[in-house]
Design a binder for this molecule. Structure first.
Ligand SMILES: *[C@@H]1O[C@H](CO)[C@@H](O)[C@H](O)[C@H]1NC(C)=O
Ligand SMILES: *[C@@H]1O[C@H](CO)[C@@H](O)[C@H](O)[C@H]1NC(C)=O
Length: 368
């Protein structure tokens, strides 16, 4: 009789440490870390499987036909190679070359669209764009793995869209080009000097030198907290802390790496786990650098081609340029890179920068 309240209190006391241990597991996930629904996951997986299967069958066909030159050799001698520009957006494309138009307007819930330009003609400063909204667009949330899924959907769609897509440049609606399309094309496919970190590779056959432009950093003050954001051991054993990397979410991947990203299931199972804290959860800044540095570190330059200004960062957002700041000097300054001959893109710009940017487009941005 007397013992039962005591037992109750005792077990309550006992359960306290257990509660502490389990607390992070019991707390409901924050609204924007909503786990991805099984049906969305299944949709994605179906799309990724299609992209992988098509790439394999294309490869086989090429081998059977004894026609290796057709699409898959990343080589300057292949004129049909293309760059797929992928826009990860939750709004209109402010700086779309065709200008805002109702036919290219994504629905409010759409997160993704792809634009695949046709090969450049030697005279045009920018390529003819075929704006294509991907049919699989889904809502994305900041600080959640939905941004990884959206990026993978873009890559898979562009892989399927055209076997000639050889580079995949991920951008957002706040990104601007810093050069003409011809310059971009020449830098990625032809220039032996553009990537200054690869100078000593000059003896390799040309196609071995094509690498992904992806930032990969292993030192960052918040790396441990970001790693442990899902729980101390949540990433083990697949991703030990020593393999955990950080880098810019905006990158330019080779076709081989785009395929590798779409094929991955092992790391995705870890990175899709919701975090306990949203201020330490930016899975899209970790998933791609970690995956590629684990699978093919030498195939990556370890830097990005998209300039971003982290001075005076607010709330995890980089500095955002406004119309009065747009000037020829700014463009020249943003191009300066320590790793390559130039940055090719820059962010973030507000939509109303379009007008001042257009004023200097011909005389500065596309003049190179
Ligand atoms: C980066 O942003 C800061 C303001 O936070 C500004 O003073 C600086 O000029 C910017 N740098 C460049 C290269 O635009
Ligand atoms: C290039 O390196 C210098 C010296 O380390 C650094 O001060 C500068 O910010 C770097 N520039 C860019 C664009 O990262």
């Amino acid at each position: 009789m007397l013992s039962s309240p005591f037992v109750l209190i005792f077990s309550l006391l006992l359960s306290l440490p257990i509660l502490f241990l389990l607390a992070p597991r019991i707390l409901p996930p924050r609204p924007h870390s909503i786990p991805i629904s099984p049906s969305d996951e299944l949709d994605d997986q179906t799309l990724f499987n299609r992209a992988v299967a098509q790439s394999h069958s294309n490869n086989n066909n090429n081998n059977n036909n004894n026609n290796p030159s057709k699409f898959f050799h990343l080589s300057s001698k292949n004129p049909s190679l293309k760059i797929a520009f992928l826009f990860l957006t939750n709004s209109d494309l402010h700086f779309s070359p065709s200008g805002p138009s109702s036919s290219t307007k994504p629905p409010q819930t759409s997160s993704t669209s792809t634009s695949t330009p046709t090969p450049p003609s030697p005279t045009s400063p920018s390529p003819p764009f075929l704006n294509k909204l991907i049919p699989h667009a889904k809502r994305t949330f900041r600080a959640s793995p939905t941004l990884i899924s959206a990026t993978r959907r873009l890559l898979a769609t562009a892989l399927l869209d055209d076997p000639a897509n050889a580079y995949f440049a991920l951008l957002s609606q706040h990104c601007i080009p810093l050069h003409s399309f011809n310059y971009v094309y020449h830098s990625l496919f032809l220039s032996p000097t553009f990537d200054s970190s690869a100078k000593d590779d000059a003896s390799l056959p040309l196609r071995l030198r094509y690498r992904s432009f992806l930032e990969i950093l292993h030192r960052s003050p918040k790396l441990w907290r970001r790693y442990a954001a899902r729980g101390r051991y949540a990433m083990m054993p697949e991703v030990p802390f020593s393999s955990f990397r950080v880098g810019s979410q905006f990158f330019t991947l080779t076709r081989r790496h785009a395929l590798l990203v779409v094929k991955d299931r092992t790391l995705w199972r870890k990175f899709k786990i919701p975090c306990y804290r949203d201020d330490e959860c930016y899975p899209e800044e970790h998933y791609f650098p970690t995956l590629l540095s684990m699978q093919d570190p030498d195939g990556c330059t370890k830097y990005t081609l998209t300039r971003v200004n982290w001075t005076g960062t607010v709330n995890g957002h980089p500095y955002t340029y406004r119309p009065p700041e747009v000037s020829p000097e700014l463009i020249l300054r943003l191009r300066q890179s320590n790793h390559s001959e130039s940055y090719l893109f820059a962010r973030k710009f507000t939509p109303d920068c379009l007008e001042p940017l257009m004023r200097i487009a011909k005389s500065v941005i596309f003049k190179d």
